[in-house]
Ligand binder design. Structure first.
Ligand SMILES: C[S@@+](CC[C@H](N)C(=O)[O-])C[C@H]1O[C@@H](n2cnc3c(N)ncnc32)[C@H](O)[C@@H]1O
Length: 395
């Protein structure tokens, strides 16, 4: 060991700035912070070992401990249990020379002298006695100053720090990697394309609106595969729209003049209007409106009234002869999501307008579609994704 300035309380360790204070209470706080940053509660062995002590010795200012990977640290008592590897450090203390506090290399004579002294100063019994004393001292301190052991998650909670509920980020079904779940093979093939493809004429050279387009993967596939005239994708989640816009820009840059890319635009917004009165200014502007796996999210967030308004708005935005392609989720799937937030739970409990009523409502006087046909049910490997796709036609 080389001599170093003892590490004063409150000073940063030059080699490891995160270890600020040599006292073990603060050391353990440092360790706790490291663990809290881990998402799971499994302790990170590597991190624990980061602060192993290879040796320690008593100096005037306290115990000088040598960490394996950073500067010497002075502690005001031995770290017998607070740091992994300390027992090893403790025993190496007894094999070190008490006199040689600056750890300079010893000459042969000096070594002999020290060996003699060591025999006098520390006998084996004393060594064991000292070990016991240190352990006792340590356990006393443990009992008084240490908080009871807790999982990092519980500590976070008790410390009053805000806990992040990840679910709150996805209350609109705005999953970041949504299409990962729907891919059935490596080529990113959404099985719904097969069902839509059975009536590809519905899309060819038409103007489409895709409500709740997520990151735009399916919208882009539809636009390209079925050669639409234009497609507007709308989503309530801005970051998903940003992703979709980036994908389109990338495609445009890569496309050759021969290939061509249909006009695709992604827009951020909530399809549910602030007030029903705004429906009065709607006008027909699309040939096809896609509403795939979105009704549940509009329903849970904006209740029966929000979803009914959505259906009326779709109708108003379609040209005569226009088609609404609807893939509603079943009510069974709502239940799982009601835990997402208090608001969603209240909305869920207030639902009276069930998915089994949608068709009747869409064909009824409040909306006015002329007919409904079943387009198909995708053969998805997961039961939950085998949702009927319906076509509603405006007369
Ligand atoms: C489950 S994903 C379905 C994505 C896509 N339609 C599909 O089927 O592949 C639901 C999407 O609807 C969006 N969404 C939910 N409520 C919305 C609203 N009121 N207005 C616009 N988008 C909404 C979410 O952000 C999410 O991206």
């Amino acid at each position: 060991m080389t001599a170093r300035e003892p590490f004063e309380p409150g000073r940063h360790c030059p080699a490891c700035p995160s270890v600020r204070h040599p006292k073990d209470t603060e050391y353990s706080q440092h360790r706790e912070r490291e663990q809290d940053q881990n998402e799971d509660e499994i302790p990170n062995i590597q991190q624990q070992q980061q602060h192993r002590f290879t040796a320690s010795r008593l100096t005037r200012s306290g115990w000088l401990c040598r960490a394996e990977d950073h500067a010497d640290v002075v502690v005001d008592r031995p770290w017998t249990q607070s740091a992994p590897g300390l027992l090893a450090a403790q025993s190496s203390y007894f094999t070190m020379d008490l006199e040689n506090n600056n750890n300079t290399p010893l000459t042969g004579k000096e070594t002999e002298k020290c060996a003699e002294k060591r025999k006098c100063v520390i006998t084996l019994d004393e060594k064991q006695g000292e070990s016991k004393r240190l352990k006792k001292e340590e356990s006393n301190v443990e009992a008084t100053s240490r908080p009871p052991a807790q999982s990092p998650k519980k500590r976070l909670h008790l410390n009053g720090k805000p806990t992040q509920n990840k679910d709150l980020n996805f209350t609109y079904g705005n999953y970041k990697h949504y299409y990962g779940k729907r891919i059935l093979n490596k080529d990113f093939h959404d099985i719904r394309l097969d069902v839509l493809g059975t009536q590809s004429d519905l899309f060819r050279n038409k103007q489409l609106l895709d409500i709740g387009c997520n990151s735009g993967h399916l919208s882009i596939q539809i636009a390209r595969k079925f050669e639409v005239k234009s497609l507007v994708g709308l989503d309530i989640d801005r970051s998903l729209i940003n992703d979709a816009q980036r994908t389109v820009s990338h495609l445009k840059r890569q496309a050759t003049p021969v290939q061509g890319i249909p006009y695709i635009q992604f827009v951020h917004g909530n399809y549910v209007l602030e007030d029903d009165v705004l429906l009065d200014i709607e006008r027909p502007q699309f040939d096809v409106i896609l509403c795939l796996s979105v009704t549940k999210w509009i329903h849970l967030n904006f209740c029966d009234s929000g979803l009914k308004q959505t259906f009326r708005r779709m109708y108003l935005q379609l040209r005569p002869g226009g088609k609404l392609i609807l893939e509603p989720q079943s009510f069974d799937g709502y239940k799982r999501r009601k835990k997402l937030s208090e608001q969603i739970r209240d909305n869920y409990n207030a639902i009276k307008f069930r998915p089994e009523h949608f068709t009747e409502y869409l064909l009824g006087p409040e909306v006015g579609f002329a007919e409904m046909k079943l387009m198909g049910i995708p053969e998805h490997c997961k039961e939950g994704f085998k949702r009927p796709i319906q076509i509603f036609t405006k007369s």
